[in-house]
Design a protein around this ligand. Structure first.
Ligand code: RIB
Ligand code: CA
Length: 308
């Protein structure tokens, strides 16, 4: 049995990634911690609980940080819909959120299972930065972490130089990147191009005619429309599910390397940029494994097998 912990700002692509983990038989999700990001933290926690119940599970969901460490929150309703779930208006879940705050809950889980927990972060890293500040010992007690975040020396999606999760709370991201936690950075670039689902692939998912396939497409309706009308990249890009697919099967990564990576926190123009020292010119110790390429067919099959 593999133990996972998911930290998320649950909106439409997060929900698909959570579903992938919950529907993987040898994975036990110890907990889901929610932070503000795509949507306010309470909405994210509602969406996470709803997703857990769609999967017929009772995984505990914990509410965490309601804003970045130092910045003002900027929610992404434009991309995920007014409810974060493509305007599908999810019903209020039956199970409440946990009383305990996400940060102590996460710290307790890592200390209960030292060396066993795979952490998958799907949103801003505020909860994680708070946890490492309160309990520096846990960074080395995490088996491995897969971060959906950043853009490895390539263009961003929320600004020309930064990816949303890192941009939303760059200070937390910088703390995380220097915490000593073993992690792989999976940038948003890995959900683009051929890794995106075109109209025919979206239809083939709907043709599966399962609850999970319909759920995965319906909640991403706004994202599909924005990709088509605003980003001129028609189809469905799923950055969180790409990262979850890698966490579930790291062999999906075809090229990666260990480098010194730092996060811009001073400049407004390049706030949240993830700078990868590919040539080693800083002569600083590598602190991250960076994903450079994935097996796209295997990424898509990893999703399909959890929704068909
Ligand atoms: O930039 C993509 C990331 O930002 C994804 O995690 C998406 O859910 C949003 O949080
Ligand atoms: Ca997310």
């Amino acid at each position: 049995m593999r133990r996972f912990w998911i930290d998320t700002d649950t909106a439409s692509d997060d929900a698909v990634a959570i579903l992938m983990a919950l529907r993987t038989s040898d994975v036990h999700v110890e907990g889901i911690s929610v932070a503000a990001g795509n949507v306010p933290v309470e909405m994210g926690a509602r969406n996470a609980r709803y997703t857990v119940e769609v999967c017929g599970k009772e995984t505990p969901v914990y509410v965490g940080a309601d804003k970045p460490l130092l910045r003002e929150p900027h929610f992404a309703y434009f991309f995920h819909g007014p409810d974060g779930m493509g305007g599908t208006n999810p019903l209020e879940p039956k199970r409440p959120v946990q009383e305990k705050h996400a940060v102590p809950a996460f710290i307790e889980a890592v200390r209960k299972y030292p060396g066993e927990i795979t952490l998958v972060t799907l949103g801003p890293l505020t909860n994680m930065a708070l946890a490492f500040a309160q309990a520096p010992d846990i960074a080395k007690k995490i088996k491995m972490c897969y971060v959906m975040g950043g853009a490895a020396n390539t263009l961003g999606n929320i600004t020309p130089s930064a990816e949303f999760n890192i941009w939303f709370d760059p200070d937390a991201a910088r703390m995380f990147f220097h915490s000593g936690i073993p992690f792989m950075m999976v940038g948003w670039e890995h959900c683009r191009g051929k890794a995106n689902f075109d109209e025919a692939e979206i239809q083939s998912i709907l043709d599966m005619q399962t609850t999970y396939a319909k759920f995965s497409i319906d909640i991403n309706a706004t994202a599909i429309a924005i990709n088509r009308d605003m980003y001129s990249e028609p189809g469905l890009s799923l950055p969180d599910p790409v990262t979850m697919a890698i966490a579930l099967d790291p062999s999906i990564v075809t090229r990666s390397g260990k480098y010194y990576v730092d996060v811009e926190t001073n400049s407004e123009l390049t706030r949240g940029a993830t700078i990868v020292d590919e040539l080693g010119v800083t002569q600083k110790m590598a602190n991250a494994e960076v994903c450079w390429s994935i097996d796209i067919a295997r990424w898509k099959e990893a999703l399909y097998k959890t929704i068909r």
